[in-house]
Write a protein that binds this ligand. Structure first.
Ligand code: SIN
Length: 283
């Protein structure tokens, strides 16, 4: 029976789980401990998981659900659910994941969990920062909570992956193969406040990359509300910052967090493997 030692990262969210060997399947007790740690801490890091290959990563992921859909990104050959998130030392241009977001929130059923594994990481820099969206909701005034109740956000991939978006055009200087598409123009409605299916807690569900407006409101009406919520949601007391080591495997819950990759490691190479697991329709 596995018993992981849990070491919280900050007062807001994040924990390191010690004592796991993820090259081997978890037993049911170990799996339940990871799910419970995610429910409590939202982001969990396993250190020292050296040389996990794509099969081992897939096997780990599938203990927590089915794979979600991975649009716009070209996955590893023979591993349609594993994407290499790579930035070469000399690479310039927009960083994949380099703004506050919740993964693929434009999907009808956005991912529950994302798993990111550090294959090659900078000696310093290239951290990933997270913010707790339960706290973002709970610290709104009762009046603001009432105002948001029943309002839906419009989510779209257009700012990133439409032909005019950040990653919409082919770029020979970019090591990740990203396919921009008109499909990215589509919009998906989700409640601004969602209830987590495991914890029953309410979380704010907006992000500045994919939330492009509010349903049934004009752009003029929705912009100031969204601007306020984007700023409110990422205040420093809601965050934790994960420093990568080779062999760190990080897993987070997109239903109650946002994250941001930091672009501060010019001159160093970073290579991660990333998988997303299918979530449910936010309610
Ligand atoms: C992502 O947003 O999925 C990538 C985050 C990172 O590279 O740190």
């Amino acid at each position: 029976m596995a018993a992981f030692a849990v070491e919280p990262m900050t007062g807001a969210l994040g924990a390191e789980l010690h004592g796991a060997d993820l090259s081997q399947p978890l037993d049911e007790d170990g799996r339940e401990q990871v799910v419970a740690a995610l429910a409590e801490h939202l982001v969990v890091a396993f250190r020292g998981q050296k040389s996990l290959d794509a099969e081992q990563l897939e096997r780990f992921a599938l203990q927590f659900g089915d794979f979600g859909e991975t649009p716009f990104l070209t996955p590893l050959e023979d591993h349609p659910n594993v994407v290499a998130v790579v930035r070469e030392a000399e690479e310039r241009g927009a960083l994949f994941g380099g703004a506050w977001h919740s993964d693929w929130s434009f999907q009808e059923r956005p991912p529950s969990y994302t798993i990111l594994y550090g294959k090659e990481v900078p000696r310093h820099g290239g951290d990933t920062v997270f913010t707790n969206q339960y706290l973002a909701y709970e610290t709104l005034s009762p009046g603001m909570q009432r105002l948001l109740d029943g309002v839906e956000g419009l989510h779209s991939a257009r700012r990133s992956y439409a032909p005019s978006g950040t990653f919409g055009q082919p770029d020979s200087g970019r090591s990740m193969e990203i396919r921009g598409s008109e499909d990215a123009e589509a919009e998906q409605r989700h409640p601004l406040v969602r209830t987590h299916p495991i914890t029953g807690r309410k979380a704010l569900f907006v992000n500045e990359v994919y939330t492009v407006g509010l349903a049934d409101m004009t752009a003029e009406e929705s912009a100031p509300i969204l601007d306020y919520l984007f700023r409110h949601a990422r205040q420093i007391s809601f965050t934790c910052r994960v420093r990568w080591q080779p062999g760190t495997l990080l897993m987070w819950d997109n239903r109650c967090t946002q994250h941001h990759a930091i672009d501060d490691y010019s001159g160093q190479r970073r290579e991660m493997n990333r998988m997303t697991l299918a979530g449910e329709r936010p309610t």
